[in-house]
Design a protein around this ligand. Structure first.
Ligand code: NAD
Length: 290
């Protein structure tokens, strides 16, 4: 797509942080995912545009580059459905204990008698952060017959709440009333450790936490205690404060389902993010530099 428009394209499957820091300023535009930090260590150079193919901009020094006159864009809509579907998958996996029972059977154990699942229908889901992904999760949860509570800093439009038959509540009410709490906020200083000991202790002992947003939104030390001491029934994490994570106590906890930050890893989402990123680069580079 970009080559057809006459742009010279250099594609790198893998690049080290050191090498990226050395070369980024040679290009007019860079498209990145989340595997390198993009910081203005060599100033702006030729750079006019940075596109993060995906949502989270926490690996890009947005204010640093903006001050230098470099545009920073992302492709937020492309991965919404993929992350929402993973979230539902994790909810069902928690509700039915699918990973453990599957592992048992692969090891020769028929654990049918230990399968004590619950159904999603009739349960309450609490969606923290009701933006693109949170809303899609809410819609899917509604289709499963769940009651939906949402929490957000902004007022959620009434027609959306009507569509999902949901209610906007404060965080404390959401935590106390939900059977599944799913986090979909961006990571920023105000959401770091948004879910810590105090919040986990407010949740029901039978409830589950799902985090597919960013690792640092949930305090992992508090979560380990919550799982071990039974403040909540279980959790699923797609994201970790350090990735790949090395906290084996957390990863191997029997009440945790960990996944390797795979929320956006569908063929459809990756393609859509790539196409949108290329479109943004073509649009920017077809205009004269500012
Ligand atoms: P979005 O910007 O559309 O929605 C975020 C919502 O959170 C907004 O409505 C905002 O008002 C709300 N919010 C912000 N601070 C809040 C707070 N303190 N309390 C309550 N609500 C708050 O973002 P999105 O596209 O829905 O993405 C949500 C998260 O998912 C981001 O953290 C993103 O990094 C993450 N994500 C993860 C994956 C993955 O692979 N697991 C992929 C894409 C995005």
């Amino acid at each position: 797509m970009m080559k057809e428009k006459g742009l010279e394209v250099v594609y790198r499957e893998e690049i080290s942080q050191d090498e990226f820091d050395k070369v980024y300023a040679d290009y007019e535009a860079v498209i990145v995912r989340s595997n390198v930090k993009v910081r203005p260590v060599r100033g702006r150079g030729n750079l006019r545009l940075i596109v993060r193919a995906g949502v989270g901009l926490d690996n890009v020094d947005v204010s640093g580059f903006t001050k230098l006159g470099v545009k920073v864009l992302n492709t937020p809509g492309a991965v919404t459905r993929a992350v929402a579907e993973l979230t539902v998958g994790l909810m069902i996996s928690l509700a039915r204990d699918i990973p453990r029972l599957a592992t048992d059977l692969k090891s020769g154990r028929w654990s049918k008698a230990q399968a004590h699942g619950v159904e999603l229908a009739g349960k309450t889901i609490g969606v923290i952060g009701c933006g693109r992904i949170g809303r899609e999760v809410a819609r899917l949860a509604r289709a499963f017959g769940m009651r939906v509570l949402v929490n957000d800093l902004i007022e959620i439009p009434r027609d959306f709440l009507q569509e999902i038959g949901g209610h906007q509540v404060d965080l404390e009410t959401l935590l106390k009333e939900s059977d599944f709490v799913s986090v979909h906020v961006p990571l920023d200083p105000s959401t770091k450790n948004l879910i810590g000991e105090k919040q986990l202790r407010l949740m029901k002992r039978t409830s589950y936490l799902i985090n597919t947003s960013r690792g640092d939104v949930v305090n992992e030390e508090a979560l380990k205690r919550a799982l071990t001491e039974g403040w909540i029934a279980g959790a699923a994490l797609d994201v970790f404060s350090k990735e790949p994570p090395d906290d084996t106590e957390l990863l191997r906890h029997p009440r945790l389902i960990p996944t390797p930050h795979m929320g956006a890893q569908t063929a459809e989402a990756q393609r859509a993010a790539g196409v949108e990123a290329a479109r943004l680069v073509i649009e920017e580079l077809s205009t004269r530099p500012a």
